[in-house]
Design a binder for this molecule. Structure first.
Ligand code: MSP
Length: 656
């Protein structure tokens, strides 16, 4: 089984066939693609699986509305999903549809095997059902009587049904989590699963339905169809040939190295799926990574709210690599993040047009203009260049450390630190001045050579993120295939001295922010409903007195700044704490830990502007570093309100 050879099996969730997958859906697929490409670059035999989850009542109803059969409906929508993945340059090795015959056959065998082993039994189901999520809920799991996942109405459901003995796996799961502390990531998800689902007690799960027919029939009782999540989760093994003859690589790739999933479907992947596998005596996936959501200012993107961002439009306007880069650079993978057109354009301009684009075009242009043969004695390294060269030499290792943790944002930051340093090197060495003095021509050649080498290494490590940009870079600096392998990124000085550069098109043209935003807004305004007006905030109680007076000079010592919450997540083992990533107008931003979880969830904060005490000594709260604090008011007995700032105030503005 997987683990003996250099194989790597990675999956995305299989998507519901929706006619409009939005940028949030693309996020997970792009991240999976980056990981798959990275592992291939390292020489792994990779299996990257994605697909579509096509059964269930919701699809049956949609097809009815459209006046077509469910199969006709899904066929047409799935074609669109495949096109989107092509557009985003997704390199999946396999695409599974849950309506594929081989998959259905395997699901039937899995269901029967669980029944034969006594893990599935017949009973009667009474409870609540959320049709859009295809989820059964007990009364106690509902939030305000609604679906705890999507907040929509649930319906009463009662029918004869088969049940999976999930309760029998409670202790085994807890033991498994304890023995495999890396099974779930980020670690905060483990707390969520244990506290919200395991501790209250696992109940047996209803795994068949009789009220509709669009599903996989139970072989030994065909009026029942298999519950969509049992059907869907099985895809990760049926696509390798488990229970069918279509494929034959189950032994080779299973257990999966990692399932990438959105945080709301963690419980299916870390409770139900492992229990099913345990019942089948199969090994569990090595890791389930629950990434965060892309949010818009109005909350999570969803078609029903009408606030989705269309990836096709973005790719058409900015190019696929810019979108791939932005998605993984802007947000820490495990946390929620706020999507905005402004952030996207700012990121493209700053990182891709200015930093990377400029570096490549300046380097190539100078080699062309100054027309020098690059130095033949490449090995002698003037001290002045040493810092840059050492930084580039260590880049691959720093990058790898981050990639292995799925910290895509950090990996990209490491690359771009080198890009910035190299741009600075151009300014320091001023090749155009060296060019004027014939005695400096050998030095000039060395400088230009160093630039091309930096670009080469950067290009290699960018390959998984921006595959076509990397190729364009190699073409411009004249690097042949063997100098763009992963191994070659670890060695300095491989580019031959007589390399021929080619001036190509600008990699990323600068975007006029104001003009572009106006165009995007205009396009959006014509399509979308207005944002609902937010409820008025409760007025703060009267201030009765103050502790003691201070002078204006004393007050001036406190540096207060406006900052925007870019991402936010729970702090492990600390119920009250939230960890916020703030844009405080500085390049690096800052991380602040705040004890406001009793009153706020991450999604209440992401996108909001707050006031941060910027010159507070750093502190560690429950092991997490906090650089400052955000201001909040005691708004009544046991009530706290964060002080939000009008969104027009720029990040970094001083508050006084
Ligand atoms: N069909 C199930 C998965 C079954 S896996 C055996 C499903 N499908 S989905 O189409 O609703 O979602 C697919 C993935 O997209 C999920 O991981 C979900 O978290 C992700 N996203 C949907 N909206 C998202 C954002 N706004 N942001 C990030 N990811 C989000 O769930």
């Amino acid at each position: 089984m997987n683990g003996t050879g250099k194989t790597f099996y990675i999956t995305t969730p299989i998507y519901y066939p929706s006619d409009k997958l939005h940028i949030g859906h693309s996020y997970c697929t792009v991240a999976t693609d980056v990981m798959a490409r990275y592992k291939r670059l390292q020489g792994f035999d990779v299996m990257f699986l994605t697909g579509t989850d096509e059964h269930g009542q919701k699809i049956e109803l949609k097809a009815q509305d459209a006046g077509v059969t469910p199969k006709q409906y899904v066929d047409q929508v799935v074609a669109g999903i495949k096109d989107l993945w092509k557009l985003l340059n997704i390199s999946n090795d396999r695409f599974i549809r849950t309506t594929d015959d081989y998959h259905e056959e395997s699901v039937q065998k899995i269901f029967k095997a669980l029944y034969d082993k006594g893990y599935i039994y017949k009973g009667s189901y009474k409870g609540k059902y959320c049709t859009p999520c295809e989820s059964f809920w007990t009364e106690s799991q509902l939030v305000d009587g609604k679906c705890p996942d999507c907040g929509r109405e649930v319906i009463d459901a009662e029918e004869e049904a088969y049940f999976f003995k999930l309760s029998a796996f409670q202790d085994k799961l807890v033991k498994y989590y304890e023995e495999h502390p890396d099974f779930m990531e980020p670690q905060s998800r483990l707390n969520e699963m244990v506290n919200n689902f395991i501790k209250p007690g696992l109940e047996d799960l209803c795994v068949s339905r009789t009220s509709f027919t669009w599903g996989v029939p139970v072989t030994f009782d065909p009026k029942h169809v298999v519950y969509v999540w049992v059907d869907a989760l099985s895809n990760y093994i049926t696509a390798l040939g488990y229970g069918n003859d279509k494929y034959h690589d189950f032994e080779k790739y299973w257990p999966a190295d990692v399932h990438f999933v959105g945080k709301e479907i963690m419980r299916f992947h870390t409770i139900i799926w492992p229990a099913m596998l345990m019942a089948l005596d199969l090994p569990l996936p090595k890791k389930v990574y629950g990434h965060g959501w892309l949010l818009l200012e109005g909350g999570k993107m969803s078609k029903s709210k009408g606030n989705v961002v269309d990836p096709v439009v973005l790719v058409q306007r900015y190019g696929v690599d810019a979108i791939r880069y932005f998605l993984l650079r802007e947000f820490p993978f495990g946390s929620d993040g706020l999507f905005s057109n402004e952030a996207l354009i700012a990121r493209i301009n700053a990182d891709l047009a200015n930093d990377l684009g400029n570096l490549v075009s300046r380097s190539v242009a100078m080699v062309k203009t100054f027309g020098f043969t690059l130095p033949t004695q490449r090995r002698e390294v003037p001290e002045q260049d040493d810092e840059l060269i050492q930084m580039v030499k260590g880049l691959q290792q720093r990058y790898e450390e981050q990639m292995e943790r799925y910290a895509f944002q950090n990996a990209l930051m490491e690359i771009f630190k080198v890009v910035s340093r190299t741009n600075k090197y151009i300014d320091e060495t001023a090749p155009w001045t060296l060019a004027k003095n014939p005695e400096e021509h050998s030095r000039l050649a060395t400088v230009l050579y160093n630039l091309l080498e930096c670009v080469r290494v950067v290009g290699i490590l960018l390959k998984p993120f921006m595959p076509s940009t990397a190729e364009r870079i190699f073409e411009q600096i004249g690097a042949s295939q063997e100098l763009t392998t992963y191994e070659s990124a670890g060695t300095w000085g491989l580019l031959p001295a007589d390399v021929t550069v080619h001036k190509g098109e600008v990699l990323f043209p600068r975007i006029d922010l104001a003009k572009e935003l106006a165009e995007l807004e205009a396009a959006k305004a014509s399509k979308e409903p207005k944002e609902p007006v937010k409820a008025e905030k409760k007025a703060a109680p009267q201030v009765e007195g103050v502790a003691s007076m201070i002078s204006i000079d004393e007050f001036a010592k406190v540096e207060l700044r406006v900052a925007q919450v870019k991402a936010c997540e729970h702090v492990k083992r600390a119920k009250k704490l939230l960890c916020l990533q703030l844009d405080d107008g500085t390049e690096a931003g800052r991380q602040v830990v705040s004890g406001i979880h009793p009153w706020y969830e991450p999604e209440d904060l992401v996108g909001k502007k707050v006031v941060v005490v910027a010159n507070l000594n750093p502190a560690k709260l429950c092991g997490v570093e906090s650089n400052g604090m955000i201001l909040a008011a005691d708004a009544g007995e046991n009530d706290v309100k964060v002080l939000f700032v009008d969104e027009s105030v720029p990040c970094g503005s001083k508050v006084r």
